[in-house]
Write a protein that binds this ligand. Sequence first.
Ligand code: FNR
Length: 413
Amino acid sequence: EQQVYTSGLHSNRPPFTFQTSEWEKLAKPVLSGSAWGYIHGNAGAGSTYTKNLASFSKYSIVPRRLVPSLKDAQGNELFSNASSTVLGEKLNFPIACAPVGVQKIFNSAGESAASRAAASIGVPYILSTASSTSIEDVAKASGEGGQRWYQLYWPAREHDDITISMLNRAKKAGYTALFVTLDTFVLGWRPSDMDNGYNPFLHADRIGVEIGFTDPIFRAKFKEEHGYDIDEDAKTHPIDTEGGSLSKAAQEWTKVVFPGHSKSWNDIKFLQEHWDGPIVLKGIQSVADAQKAVEAGVQGIVVSNHGGRQQDGGVPSLAVLPKIVDAVGEKIDVLFDSGVRCGADVIKAVALGAKCVLVGRPYIYGLALGGEEGVRHVLRALCGEIVMGMHLAGLRTLEDVDRDILVRDYDLF
Ligand code: FNR
């Protein structure tokens, strides 16, 4: 990403600004009211979201001086190296694209464009169960070299056959790690979506149900129960262009993936029996749950509050990160998300012990603004800022990025 910086200095203009704080503002007018409400909206009064963003400014980076730069084989000076190993895979940068559903509502190029952009710069892409493109099509788009992980909205145990089917599809299509989201067994209380009467999973164009509609087991079950095909369902139930779906199949799929709270820690075994790669539990916010994750034998957790979209009045995700790392960081990979908006935020989360940081809304704003190119721009900007931020602070590799480089604001004055 040294390249992005130098090319900028040689008067190449980006597709849109490098100022990370502007992306959200620029995206608003290009999105429909309901798509904007969906991405920007939060749980309840938005207090978890607000605290997520504010939490990063509670820490400041203390730079080191007279640290000689890294050099390549020819002796040329290099910027810092931000590569690491996460879940057994080598990453060029300590970030990944967070799973975000229904990406076609932000840009018709959707998940294919986003995953292609991620693959082109070596950032893993996590595909959501709520995506508007199938598991197989995203695999094709991200291609041979694309690192891809699969996020599971875990159906109720009565639908184990559908869960197994999704896991097998993901494995076959080259998704190497499984992220199981634990905080969204029902969708949160989201006033913006309720005001708009908007549920993207029941939307008339049915793009929120693509993974279910392409699932052979779900299709077969639907046919057995109703006596006709899912594709027939689309014809027999006219599309309501106001947004409320009349599709029985979409409603049934939504019930499968947002099934209420029917599982406990013992059920993790079932996933381990049917998935042979790393399993990561997303949505952990307490030390006690992190310890349960270790006991359950998973390989990682994501310290995440879903970007403040589920629990209102919740703790900012960054605040719980250090305690969780202290408790389990030696035993499993601790990943982090919620509120990351720029390269310095990533450095701070890594300094507090995160192995990898998931970026949510920012790359979706990039998708809205410029499709594949827009996502690439956002990811390159973030990677560039991470590397430059480390370089300026005298942090040559991620090993140097530890808690000693941070001060808490109450220590400052
Ligand atoms: C999400 N997130 C999410 N998480 C998940 O596990 N499965 C999903 O389908 C979705 N869908 C989704 C849609 C939209 C529009 C947003 C903004 C978020 C949560 C996501 O993975 C991540 O946890 C947060 O986005 C992180 O917070 P920031 O980076 O958006 O502040």
